[in-house]
Each structure stands twice: as structure tokens, then as C-alpha cells.
Design a binder for this molecule. Structure first.
Ligand code: HEC
Length: 93
């Protein structure tokens, strides 16, 4: 019984941690973004009149594209954190 309890506890921990990471962390996103993403374009790219991104889905896709072309090797949760930061501060979908 104790083993089952431990297994359930571990599963709950993973599930809780997993969903928190999925939602993205805007503070982590800002740190990642400011360190990696300002060499080609500044933040004005996100607020210009003819910006390309018009939905949260395409924002995540674009962050991923720039991430891949940069070779930063971010995981999905880091991409989502950066997308969340950009959305909260610039895109506001
Ligand atoms: C190697 C140069 C380069 C780097 C570094 C770069 N980008 Fe980009 N990014 C581009 C180009 C080129 C565009 C297209 C801009 C245009 O059409 O004027 C773009 C566009 C974007 C857009 C869309 C802007 C819009 O029109 O709404 C987002 C969002 C974006 N980049 C995010 C990022 C993020 C996040 C990073 C860090 C992982 C990053 N970029 C790093 C080259 C870069």
C-alpha cells in the first residue's frame, strides 16, 4: 500500500508541475527573450502596425521558428513562456 501511495503522490506532483510549466511563466519568458531575441529585431517588431502575428497560435509558431533558426534549443515550455511574455506585454490576444 505504501508503494501505491508513493506512486500516486509522484503522479500528482508530475501532473501539477506539468500543467504549471505548460501555462508558461512570463518572468522566465522575459529573461529568455531579452537574453536571446533582441539581436535582429527589437520589441518594436511586436507592436508595429503591419505586424505578422494575429493569434496566440501563430505567436507560438513564430517564437518556435525564431528559436529554431537561432538554435537556442528551447523546450516547449520555454517557447510557451516567451510567447506568454510577448502576449502579456505586446500582443494582448
Ligand atoms: C536571426 C535573426 C532573428 C533573431 C535572433 C530573432 N528573430 Fe524574430 N524575427 C526575425 C525576422 C527576420 C522576423 C520577420 C520580421 C519582419 O518580417 O520584419 C522576425 C519576426 C518575429 C516575430 C513576429 C513579429 C510580428 O510581425 O508580429 C516574433 C514574435 C519574433 N520574431 C520573435 C522572436 C523571438 C522570441 C526570438 C528569440 C528566440 C527572435 N524572434 C529572434 C529574425 C530574428
Amino acid at each position: 500500500m505504501r508503494q501505491i501511495g508513493t506512486a500516486i503522490g509522484t503522479l500528482l506532483f508530475v501532473a501539477t508541475f506539468g500543467s504549471a510549466a505548460q501555462a508558461g511563466d512570463a518572468a522566465e519568458g522575459k529573461a529568455l527573450h531579452d537574453f536571446n531575441c533582441l539581436s535582429c529585431h527589437g520589441t518594436e517588431a511586436y507592436t508595429r502596425d503591419d505586424r505578422m502575428i494575429h493569434s496566440m497560435d501563430s505567436l507560438i509558431t513564430q517564437v518556435n521558428r525564431c528559436n529554431v533558426s537561432l538554435g537556442t534549443g528551447w523546450f516547449d515550455d520555454e517557447v510557451e513562456s516567451v510567447a506568454k511574455y510577448l502576449n502579456e506585454n505586446y500582443y494582448k490576444f
